[in-house]
Design a protein around this ligand. Structure first.
Ligand code: CP3
Length: 348
């Protein structure tokens, strides 16, 4: 039997949605914290195939999710293009900054990224051997705009101000940066697919700060370009796009980019998305990750509400964004149980 996630991505409406979670391998799990301590730091864990495969498998063992997502980070691409990348504990990522055309020119060519990223492909090869038969293996990368916001600012920013400033000052150089990241992303995701990824997801976490033509040019167009190239090289490979906080721009995003599924953040009303986004194909989402901290009847009610809203079409259950380190694993188990108990064929 074909895996549930692949059936949903192909447009099938299932009795209950398959489920996985963004950031499902992470600090809310004690076994993750133990493996990370063994690796030393976060980036070392990303480049240690045996350990990265181990943390990818941990949430599958605990919760029986329908998909495993490769353990890595969107900031490996900047590193592979020649930026310095490091993580400051308790604060987040830091990178060398790119603020003008000369910084863009100094980046390595896209074809060179494999030199840095080959351990990631090894992680995927290990996972293809170790995953349960009905679990789908998802690869991923950051979308060019989101990756660029970190490369320009050298860190996470609340409003992506430095990237917007670069774009305003030298649009041609900024476009060259977006193009270089897009080319590198095609190389990277293509190699992930060759190593065993059955689906790939593009994380455009900061898409919501692009408006009007900027959204078309720097979120939508690069996604379309990457998806077209991947589908040309790997016919039939399903792609999930996540233009987070795109609001009304979620409508039509799948059609415009060729994505098989659009992932929705928790700001989107499921009833609206069922009418305006799901009519184009599969949607993924969108329970508020806060429920993984607070639990209780509200978690059960909201989980059911999301499932009910999307019941008329193809749907993959997920959170609207990553699970946070303060989440309680018992709440994750309760969410999965609640979804699966909604199967009309399930006597429970
Ligand atoms: O979803 C998964 O479980 C797969 C692995 C994954 C990670 N990061 C692991 C990670 C994925 C898909 C990502 C994507 C990612 N990384 C995004 C896009 C999705 C999103 O959340 O919006 C972004 C913006 C990043 C960049 C990044 N990585 C930041 C800003 C941080 C620091 C914030 C934090 O949570 O600590 C990271 C670190 C990171 N990436 C961790 C994990 C498990 C925590 C690292 C640790 O162990 O301390």
């Amino acid at each position: 039997m074909t895996k549930k996630i692949l059936r949903a991505l192909a447009g099938e409406t299932l009795p209950t949605p398959p489920v996985w979670m963004m950031r499902q391998a992470g600090r809310y799990l004690p076994e993750y914290r133990a493996t990370r301590a063994e690796a030393g730091d976060f980036l070392s864990l990303c480049y240690a195939p045996e350990l990265a495969a181990e943390v990818t498998l941990q949430p599958i063992r605990r919760f029986g999710f329908d998909a495993a997502i490769l353990f890595a980070d969107i900031l490996l691409i900047p590193q592979a293009l020649g930026s310095d990348v490091w993580f400051v504990t308790g604060e987040g990522p830091r990178l060398s900054t790119i603020t003008d055309a000369s910084g863009v020119k100094a980046l390595k060519p896209a074809a060179d990224v494999h030199e840095t990223l080959s351990p990631v492909y090894e992680t995927l090869r290990i996972l293809t051997r170790e995953l349960p038969r009905d679990t789908t293996l998802i690869g991923f990368a950051g979308a060019p705009w989101t990756v660029a916001t970190y490369m320009v600012a050298g860190r996470g920013t609340p409003d992506q101000g430095p990237a917007h400033a670069f774009k305003a000052e030298d649009r041609a150089a900024f476009s060259a940066l977006i193009d270089r990241i897009a080319e590198a992303t095609i190389e990277y995701l293509s190699a992930q697919i060759e190593a065993g990824a059955e689906v790939v997801k593009l994380f455009d976490s900061w898409a919501g700060s692009l408006k009007g033509e900027d959204f078309d040019e720097f979120s939508l167009a690069p996604a379309r370009r990457i998806i077209a190239a991947l589908k040309e090289r790997h016919p039939g490979i399903p792609v999930i796009a996540f233009p987070r906080e795109a609001g009304p721009r979620y409508e039509g995003f799948a059609r415009a980019t060729g994505a098989d599924c659009v992932a929705l953040d928790q700001s989107v009303d499921p009833a609206w998305a069922a009418a305006h986004v799901q009519r184009d194909g599969c949607v993924q989402g969108n329970l508020d990750p806060r429920h993984m901290v607070t639990g209780g009847q509200a978690l059960i009610d909201e989980t059911r509400r999301v499932v009910e809203a999307f019941r008329g079409g193809p749907h993959i259950f997920n959170l609207g964004h990553g699970i946070t380190p303060d989440a309680d694993p018992d709440n994750v188990a309760l969410m999965v149980e609640t979804i699966r108990a909604m199967d009309p064929g399930d006597s429970a």
